[in-house]
Design a protein around this ligand. Structure first.
Ligand SMILES: [Zn+2]
Length: 316
């Protein structure tokens, strides 16, 4: 993830002061807010992800936020952008899988700079922003080596090592949903086969349950059915929890982590998901340096990504 590729000095630089904006470009909604003095986003303006004229809608959203606060565009000194992946933080572009118009890549950093000429603009992967937010304000406070994981329609994530966000070559480090797990040979949206996302994202857990005869529709239905003890729903969440535990254990061993923070809508599925997840981590994360490794639920819920964008804007 991270800013550093587009503004190499920002990650290590001093905190910025002045008016800053946070923008979250998601597959289902766009949200934007001014950043408070404490580095958190204010009340966001939210719109459904547009299917056409995507930039025009995004521009209108940003200008609405500043107009509502009587801020002149020239007075905005920083904008932090969280975007659904993949991103290219070197080119400053995004190509979210769920936004067809931008599929070939859209230069969002330059477009935002054109709107706010005085602003430093930083872009990072949404999962990375969620990790950053949990590290600064949420369940990973006080830890330096963190995996953030967002389990929802897909599975995203981000990595903090030594207290710093890790971007990788193009800003896409933390795509934890595409760790391959045993037991799945299903095709993944990424073009690969057997990624943890093919088992443990909400829609894929639902798909597996329905293929086996369950008749509900959504991840929320599945969680409720599991709470009511329906065997197929329990089995689907067991399977998802095991796959998440396997992926998390692999990441923990690779990166020597303190903690994995798991959020996203489907992570709220309850004990039927979390018990097998924790049991699987206990089974696999056995190296001595992982003795204290823990997995905890995210604390920031749906605002984590926008909060991470706000942290970026303030100079993460
Ligand atoms: Zn994949």
């Amino acid at each position: 993830m991270t800013a550093p590729r587009t503004r190499p000095t920002s990650a290590a630089g001093p905190a910025r002061t002045g008016r800053a904006l946070a923008l979250d470009i998601g597959g289902t909604k766009f949200s934007a807010a001014l950043v408070d003095d404490d580095g958190r986003p204010g009340e966001p303006v939210v719109v459904p992800t547009p299917t056409e004229n995507v930039w025009a809608a995004c521009e209108e959203l940003l200008l609405t936020v500043v107009a509502d606060a009587d801020v002149e565009p020239d007075d905005v000194i920083a904008v932090g952008i969280a975007a659904a992946g993949p991103v290219d933080t070197v080119a400053g572009s995004v190509s979210p899988i769920n936004i067809a118009e931008w599929y070939e890549g859209f230069g969002v950093v330059d477009a935002v700079r054109a709107l706010f000429p005085s602003a430093a603009v930083d872009l990072a992967l949404d999962g990375a922003c969620a990790a950053l937010a949990e590290h600064r304000f949420g369940a990973a406070r006080g830890y330096d080596d963190v995996l953030g994981m967002v389990v929802s329609t897909g599975i995203g994530g981000g990595v903090i090592l030594g207290g710093r966000p890790v971007g990788g070559r193009s800003g896409n480090a933390g795509h934890v949903g595409h760790i391959v797990v045993p037991g799945s040979v299903d095709p993944c949206t990424c073009g690969g086969i057997g990624c943890v996302e093919t088992v443990a994202s909400g829609p894929n857990a639902v798909r597996w349950a329905r293929e086996n005869g369950w008749e509900g529709e959504t991840g929320q239905d599945l969680a409720e059915a599991a709470r009511a003890g329906e065997p197929l729903a329990v089995a689907a969440l067991q399977r998802a929890g095991v796959a998440l535990g396997q992926a998390i254990s692999s990441a923990a061993a690779l990166l020597d982590l303190d903690v994995a923070v798991v959020g996203g809508g489907f992570s709220a599925a309850g004990d039927a998901l979390w018990n097998p997840l924790r049991e699987t981590v206990a089974l696999h994360a056995r190296l001595g340096f992982l003795a204290d490794f823990t997995v905890v639920p995210a604390e920031l819920g749906g605002i984590g990504t926008l909060t991470g964008a706000a942290i970026l804007a303030r100079g993460a």
